[in-house]
Design a protein around this ligand. Sequence first.
Ligand code: PLP
Length: 463
Amino acid sequence: MDGTFNENDLSRVVEADRAHIWHHLIQHKPFETNDPRIIVEGKGMRVWDQKGKEHLDAVSGGVWTVNVGYGRESICKAVYDQLMKLCYFANSAGSIPGAIFAEQLIDKMPGMSRVYYTNSGSEANEKAFKMVRQIAHKKYGGKKTKILYRDRDYHGSTLATMSAGGQDERTAQYGPFAPDFVRVPHCMEYRKHELDGAPEENFGEWAADQIEQVILREGPDTVGALCLEPVTAGGGVIEAPEGYWQRVQEICKKYDVLLHIDEVVCGVGRTGTWFGYQQYGIKPDFVTMAKGVASGYAAIACMVTTEEVFDMFKDDASDPMSYFRDISTFGGCTAGPAAAIENMRIIEDENLLGNCAAMGDRMMGNLQALMEKHKVIGDVRGKGLFLGAELVADRTSKEPVDEKLAQAVVADCMNQGVIIGVTNRSIPSRNNTLCFSPALIATADDIDQITDAVDGALGRVFG
Ligand code: PLP
């Protein structure tokens, strides 16, 4: 293209995008004939595209991120003021917003004590993995390097986090992976028939016991950590059943296995409490978070751990590996914690945790009503404003619907001006779970508009 690029000339923007952008997570072939979608503006729960069309965003920026909604002037102002004062300094030194946000965050996480700033969820998870590996060397003579992860969980896009990835359909051509990552079975009640020997009763405890079996098989002296999502997100919106978490905690304690909870999606209010793990009475050793920390107003992620873990890295300084020899350049950006402080204030002052829980209940009720009406919905599940509806061709066999049909539901909702998501659950891999994660500011009218759109779409796609 030549001439002056004017951002208000949206047809030029579309052209530039089509010519030069490699979008995330999608096939680009359709863009040879269709325009890519450009999101131009957002306010509250709504966004506008290049054609000026308004959409109710039921997925908080597509991937569970914009928890406090779009267009928050106070966050933008806090970031502006901070950037004018100091934009960056490497985190070997401290910053004012970094220290303040860390104190406020730790206040919400009894038992935790130290915050390590990074700039993506994957990176935060990698930091925890690296700490586990270093602890194995410091404390266990190089043993206990294995990290357990669960079938269907996702922890990021980097090589180590893909090595801990429970969704093979996303990683098939990216191996070979890092060694000493070992998979444990999923804990999904609705699809327990996939698991050999799963009982009708007490499935939660049984699923946790499968983790113990893996530890025993691998050798307890080789297993350093267990990494789990509190509610599995992209793997199909999966909440562990009753009895699961208590057993998980007991097993970790029994075998001296550190518990790493990946709150990248659930953290900062999404499930109706500050963190998802807080609903299950567990005490993690590592908690990682990203998306909702600053609701997408700035890139910030954190790896949070205990004083006990921190103390292990305060050794004799004559040893070159006495401390955590790691850095994240942009973990020193001050825009992230400045935005995060204001984001947290908004959640508190506007009681968004309470609203999330109440609106989550309303949405769950609406989805359950849709399940009565539409046989294609086999299961509805989730917590707070983090919900999924799994579509099946047959309720008895639980055979997933053809992925194209689930996508047709999403497209129909989009035509109605409501953006919903679809994610993966089934094996063989098919995207058959509709997912919903509106901002925590959602009103009853917003929730009803979302589920009404789904109702209409299901009627049109499945008759
Ligand atoms: N962990 C979970 C549970 C996620 O859903 C994601 C991203 O969707 C990540 C980690 C990776 O976060 P990021 O994309 O910021 O690296």
